[in-house]
Design a binder for this molecule. Structure first.
Ligand code: TRP
Length: 463
């Protein structure tokens, strides 16, 4: 039964804006430049691009298709389409939403501080932070809780307002601004001397330099960056009208997400390569590049850095916000559809629970000993924040993604898939795109994901 009163995206590009907003986030601006750097560029980038096409694109299509067919959030959607057991995909997704929100808001909170510092530096001159200042900052428990709270509150406000007045209205402004700032920055760095080194680093694959774990790391990241494996695209797809092309929408979102990730690398690497000696000393810590190395270089090395720097951190904050929105929406839409809450009740209850998780993450960066040292996954993954990141990126998303490929590829009635995608020629024969999708969703994607899961079991970390 279709829900007559279910919200729909108002504008034709409503879905693309919201879904791209979800996909583009800290994964693109913080994580991708960092892991690409550690995997020595070129070959890693190439493999990442291949994973995006072979695994990311078909799963994106599959999730949207499930949502659009049923016009329901993940749990009822799966209940409607499959034998009841498949609704586990939806439940797992909601749980993953809490896990990711519970640490993502903390890291997103750092962008607020970076922005404020940049504004101060821009007006009163740059003073390099003392050694260890960042450690002190993240170890300040109350401050970390406050920043995560601000981020969660902003997310809550958008979701409170609903699909059209909240998500659609917000992303309609955020996404063009974000793309605009990004393109402006790419143009600006093109005048810097590090340009040539950057292009060589990114687009000149040398497989000898690819660490052995690089392939699997690229696959794992494809999930995270495209917001796949937890039902975001099912949920957003459920607000999509019948007249729209799932294929075109999926291709756009995948393209834009990848474009932003590559631009982020071009911007950061060119700045790094342009400053003498910095490339060798870029901080090895995961947080290093975006929050420690970059602000410093923007002020010391870059013409007009005092203008670019605050703009850049607004960009990161916006990107993070449009991602946290999607995470909360998955939770809220389940509460509405399944527990029959109103949107306002669901929003308050959902975000309060997620915020409780954030408090633990916020206190796990040095503030509270047991939270910081707590270790479930072993060395290098100590603390609540790292544990949650590891749990989501390495276990929950790949498992969710695998289940979706198996469901759409092997279980779901082929007729439904064909109807939703509509990729047929006039004579009734399937288009090449359809055959490609069918092959990827049945074989390529599940096999590659299984490889990741097996690798994780054998001990490789993707977070
Ligand atoms: N894709 C976002 C990023 O790259 C993060 C994100 C938002 C996400 N929603 C998600 C990741 C759902 C996995 C699942 O920052």
């Amino acid at each position: 039964m279709e829900q007559a009163n279910r919200a729909q995206w108002r504008s034709k590009i409503g879905f693309i804006l919201a879904a791209t907003g979800s996909a583009v986030g800290l994964g693109n601006l913080w994580k991708f430049p960092y892991i690409t750097w550690h995997n020595n560029g070129g070959a890693f980038v190439l493999i990442y691009l291949v994973s995006v096409v072979l695994i990311g694109w078909p799963i994106m299509m599959a999730e949207i298709l499930i949502g659009r067919k049923t016009h329901e959030s993940p749990v009822p959607a799966m209940e409607k389409l499959g034998p009841k057991g498949w609704s586990i995909v939806g439940w797992l997704g909601v749980l993953t939403g809490f896990v990711i929100l519970g640490y993502y808001t903390v890291i997103a909170g750092w962008t607020i501080t970076s922005f404020i510092s940049c504004i101060q530096w821009s007006f009163s001159g740059y003073t390099p932070p003392a050694d260890g200042a960042f450690g002190e900052f993240i170890g300040n428990g109350p401050l970390q809780i406050l920043l995560a709270f601000i981020f969660m509150a902003a997310t809550t406000l958008v979701i409170w307002k609903g699909i059209n007045k909240g998500i659609e209205a917000t992303t309609r402004i955020l996404m063009p601004v974000l793309l605009g700032i990004l393109i402006y920055l790419v143009i600006m760095v093109m005048f810097l001397p590090g340009r040539a080194d950057t292009f060589k680093f990114l687009f000149n694959p040398n497989f000898g330099e690819l660490p052995s774990t690089g392939i699997l790391e690229a696959v794992g990241h494809a999930f995270f960056t495209l917001s796949l494996g937890m039902g975001v695209m099912i949920t957003y797809g459920s607000y999509m009208g019948r007249g729209e092309s799932i294929t075109r929408n999926a291709v756009m979102v995948v393209f834009l997400d990848t474009f932003v990730a590559i631009c982020a690398c071009i911007i950061m690497y060119t700045i790094i390569f342009s400053a003498p000696g910095v490339a060798e000393s870029v901080s090895g810590s995961t947080v290093g590049m975006l929050f420690i190395t970059l602000p410093d270089l923007l002020y010391t090395e870059i013409p007009f850095g005092h203008i670019i720097a605050p703009i850049f951190y607004i960009l990161v904050a916006f990107a993070a916000l449009s991602s946290t929105i999607s995470l909360l929406e998955v939770i809220v839409s389940l509460f509405i559809d399944k527990l029959k809450m109103t949107r306002h009740q669901a929003t308050i209850i959902g975000s309060s629970f997620a915020f409780i998780v954030s408090i633990f993450s916020a206190l796990s960066l040095g503030a509270v000993g047991i939270f910081s040292k707590f270790s479930f996954f072993g060395e290098g993954k100590e603390g609540v924040l790292s544990t949650l990141d590891h749990l989501a990126a390495n276990w929950m998303l790949p498992v969710g993604g695998l289940l979706i490929t198996l469901f759409v590829g092997w279980k779901l009635d082929k007729k439904i898939v064909e109807e939703e995608l509509g990729l047929f020629n006039e004579d009734g024969s399937p288009k090449f795109t359809y055959q490609m999708f069918r092959f990827f969703i049945r074989f390529t994607a599940p096999i590659a994901i299984l490889a990741v899961i097996i690798a994780v079991i054998l001990g490789k970390d993707f977070s």
